[in-house]
Ligand binder design. Structure first.
Ligand SMILES: [Zn+2]
Length: 194
């Protein structure tokens, strides 16, 4: 009787240790990063911080090798249009030189594949860089880098950065920095109309 009890105890401890190890392996590691030159710290508030808006309506470009098709990009653009943001969309860049080849594609949001030359942490699903004119608080350009397997909400999240939003770590929110904690909640993302 005693032996059986002791065995049971050990089994329980082992299974706790096992689940802890498992938890460490599957704990959220996928984040979405952004890089911006913005100088001021946004005020603390219980809404997603939007640090700037676009000077003019941006055009979204799907660049060569971008791991995403036009249907998916149109859907993500429509998502933000429903929230009040006007974003144009072009299927592929036809102008020369192409904004896709520019480091600072003024007036555009360019979408790229993450390649070896772009230093992005291995835990990041994507990264958006956006440039703000610190005198006017207006966004001049944005570039989005995606991994080959674009998970749901990732493109919409990155377009959020391209529109000047930072992270907002509410569970199920689109702008949650941990992908596994995020979702389709758009609380605070609607465009404030003048
Ligand atoms: Zn992010």
């Amino acid at each position: 009787m005693r032996t059986i009890l002791r065995l049971g105890k050990h089994t329980a401890i082992f299974s706790i240790l096992f689940s802890l190890a498992n938890w460490a392996l599957i704990s959220p590691a996928y984040t979405s990063d952004y890089i911006t030159n913005y100088k001021r710290t946004p005020a603390i508030q219980n809404l997603p911080p939007q640090i700037a808006e676009w000077k003019s309506t941006p055009t979204v470009l799907i660049c060569e090798h971008a791991p995403i098709d036009e249907v998916r990009v149109r859907s993500a653009v429509a998502f933000w249009q429903r929230l009040g943001y006007k974003i144009l969309h072009l299927q592929s860049p036809i102008m020369e030189p192409s904004p896709c080849d520019q480091k600072k594609p003024t007036g555009y949001v360019t979408i790229h594949l993450i390649t070896d030359g772009i230093p992005i942490p291995p835990t990041s699903l994507a990264e958006t860089r956006f440039y703000v004119d610190n005198n006017t608080n207006e966004i001049e350009w944005a570039t989005i880098y995606l991994r080959a397997d674009v998970k749901k909400t990732v493109l919409e999240h990155e377009l959020g950065h391209a529109l000047g939003f930072l992270h907002f770590n509410k569970i199920n929110h689109l702008m949650n920095e941990m992908w596994e904690m995020g979702g389709w909640d758009t609380d605070g993302l609607e465009r404030k109309r003048e």
